[in-house]
Design a protein around this ligand. Structure first.
Ligand SMILES: Nc1ncnc2c1ncn2[C@@H]1O[C@H](COP(=O)(O)OP(=O)(O)OP(=O)(O)O)[C@@H](O)[C@H]1O
Ligand SMILES: C=C(C)CCOP(=O)(O)O
Length: 250
């Protein structure tokens, strides 16, 4: 069984404190991964939290607004590499054979925003017993310089590439919430939930929950959105939180 898991940046960092890892939350997430029966058949993606989003907001960069400022590119990508190093180190310390994979070095968007992301390095690393750890990043964007590539977009690209059986997105909320704050069990179309979906409460240049749901609906396999407490259950094969099923699959 192959799993693609995104750890939300808002989970593993203190999102309102620039470049601050939430050590307790990262340690809990890492323990859940290290102790699960999934073993090394997992690709981990993490988001930006207070590493990527603050710098991206400072330079006015989002998934659609690009920059040609080299200082901005180095600041945003550099911060994401520092967070990635912290995640890889925590996983390594817990006995997980984690290795870093940096999307900025490999991916590109065309002038229409179409993403091309090579994945042979990820599938090969996985086959060789490593746990690839990717992260939200910047991406070269024809006509726009460099734009933000969200971890959610990476999940959508990676899941079919590695033939994922299960796709999980661990965020700070226990699922996608309806207008009354109740976790929605299943989402099949964006329109059905659009009114309840907002941006992130913290600085976030990739669209918060609305961006996440829109991205995950593009997957043919169902994806689960759940909170940190439910990570062990997800890794044990349960289906906590909200199931986002935009494709043909159940
Ligand atoms: N209807 C909704 N249901 C759940 N969360 C919502 C909803 N509308 C807005 N949100 C916000 O979306 C946030 C989740 O999106 P966010 O992009 O911050 O998560 P993340 O992926 O964990 O972090 P990051 O983008 O840094 O990786 C929630 O913390 C909440 O503030
Ligand atoms: C802000 C940057 C650079 C990464 C965004 O990734 P996300 O937190 O998964 O949306």
């Amino acid at each position: 069984m192959t799993v693609v898991l995104k750890l939300g940046g808002s989970v593993i960092t203190q999102k309102d404190e620039p470049e601050t890892v939430d050590r307790a939350a990262l340690s809990d997430a890492v323990s859940a991964i290290a102790e699960s029966a999934v073993g090394d058949d997992i690709v981990v993606v993490h988001g930006g939290g207070s590493f990527g989003h603050h710098h991206a907001a400072e330079y006015g960069v989002s998934t659609t607004e690009g920059t040609h400022d080299g200082d901005g590119v180095r600041a945003i990508h550099g911060a994401m590499c520092r967070l990635n190093a912290a995640v890889v180190e925590a996983l390594t310390d817990a006995g997980v054979p984690a290795v870093p994979v940096h999307p900025f070095s490999a991916a590109a968007r065309d002038a229409d925003g179409g993403l091309s992301l090579p994945t042979a390095q990820v599938t090969t690393l996985l086959g060789e017993g490593f746990v690839p750890v990717l992260h939200g990043d910047l991406v070269a964007h024809a006509g726009a310089g460099a734009t933000v590539l969200s971890g959610d977009e990476l999940v959508v690209e990676l899941a079919p590439a590695v033939n994922a059986d299960r796709v999980g997105v661990c965020s700070t909320v226990s699922g996608v919430l309806d207008d009354d704050g109740t976790v929605i069990d299943r989402i099949e179309t964006f329109e059905a939930v659009a009114s309840a979906l907002g941006e992130s409460e913290a600085t976030d240049v990739s669209g918060g929950m609305a961006g996440k749901v829109r991205a995950l609906l593009a997957l043919s396999a169902p994806a689960l959105v759940f909170g940190p407490d439910a990570l062990p259950a997800f890794l044990a094969g349960e289906s906590p939180g909200t199931t986002i099923a935009g494709g043909d699959a159940d």
